[in-house]
Design a protein around this ligand. Structure first.
Ligand code: FAD
Length: 301
């Protein structure tokens, strides 16, 4: 718990984030971040596609407080969509509303998102709204609902640790949903703290959406959950085209390949960009064993 809190604290440190941007991918981050630019990222996507794995691509970026930073992020995502289309790769977009200006001005954020979603829609590319901390949860849902009036190529994430996730999954069951346990540090009055409780809720939400929802992305590295889902879809005759498994780039690579080989739809979450620091620290917070990635990189020079 202490290590988790320590890495969460580091992930929120703006000064360290800015320092990390000045240096390329360091400290083992290159194992879990696909590249710093679009070209490198398209190459990584092609390699995964060759193994029958689709990708959801995230232009990393946090601590956006200036409109100019949000506009730069929007332009980068538009360029990425264009590259996905031009190269004909099997990939869609994951984005964080805060990177597009949610914390600055919600109307400004809406306009940025609209441009992105419209271009992606034109090319038949899906856009997933990643979910961040609780303060941003409802504004993000609202933005998605508003955009859905014109574009249906959007979906979002349900985080199992929130007490309210039962209501949210029901409310948004007609969207394509990624279901996760939840990555941010949240207080006990809004989120479960106990791992067993979160795991149980996670399974419940997945089963609900598989039976009642549109399309389900089961995003986890937990083999127990994956095995449970395999059995559940079989028992309930849920066809493979109603769901996919997702994992993060660089994690449990053998299992990613194996699931794709077994014929399941598999999608790797591919983060890229210079702003890798906060993402990387959160991965260390989730699983301090990931520190071996760091030590290997430091000592295998
Ligand atoms: P954990 O609960 O961390 O681990 C359970 C068990 O699985 C472990 O005890 C271990 O046995 C096994 N295991 C886990 N990882 C590994 C590993 N690397 N190697 C070997 N065994 C392992 N969170 C958000 O809040 N918002 C988002 O938008 C979001 N998007 C995500 C997208 C994807 C594709 C993924 C995979 C995760 C996303 N998350 C998101 C993070 C998520 O909420 C969890 O914090 C994270 O996935 C850790 O939980 P877990 O279910 O993977 O496994």
């Amino acid at each position: 718990m202490i290590l988790r809190d320590f890495f969460m604290y580091l992930s929120e440190n703006r000064t360290l984030n800015a320092a990390a941007q000045r240096y390329g991918l360091k400290m083992g981050a290159q194992s879990v971040v696909a590249g710093t630019n679009i070209k490198e990222t398209i190459d990584s996507i092609k390699e995964l596609n060759n193994h029958g794995i689709a990708c959801t691509v995230d232009n990393l970026g946090e601590f956006v407080f200036e409109k100019s930073e949000a506009i730069a992020a929007k332009n980068q995502i538009l360029e990425l969509i264009q590259a996905i289309h031009d190269h004909g790769v099997d990939a869609h977009i994951s984005l964080k509303p805060s990177q597009l200006g949610l914390d600055i001005d919600i109307d400004f954020c809406y306009e940025n998102l609209k441009e992105i979603v419209a271009l992606a829609d034109q090319y038949g590319i899906f856009v997933n709204f990643d979910m961040e901390n609780y303060d941003r949860l409802h504004p993000s849902f609202e933005l998605m609902e508003q955009l859905n009036n014109e574009h249906q190529n959007i979906g979002t994430v349900i985080q199992a640790y929130f007490h309210e996730s039962d209501e949210n999954i029901e409310k948004y069951k007609n969207y394509r949903l990624r279901i996760v346990k939840g990555a941010y540090k949240e207080p006990a009055n809004i989120a479960y703290q106990d791992k067993a409780e979160i795991d149980a809720k996670y399974i419940k939400l997945i089963e609900y959406h598989l039976l009642n929802g549109k399309f389900t992305s089961i995003a986890t590295h937990d083999h127990r959950v994956i095995n449970h889902v395999k059995q559940f879809v079989k028992t309930n005759n849920i066809p493979n085209d109603k769901f996919e498994f997702q994992m993060l780039y660089g994690f449990r690579k053998d299992m990613q390949l194996q699931l794709a080989k077994e014929g399941y739809n598999f999608c790797t979450y591919v983060p890229f960009g210079r702003d890798w620091y906060g993402y990387f620290m959160r991965r260390l917070a989730e699983r301090p064993q990931n520190l071996t990635l760091v030590t290997k990189q430091v000592f295998n020079k």
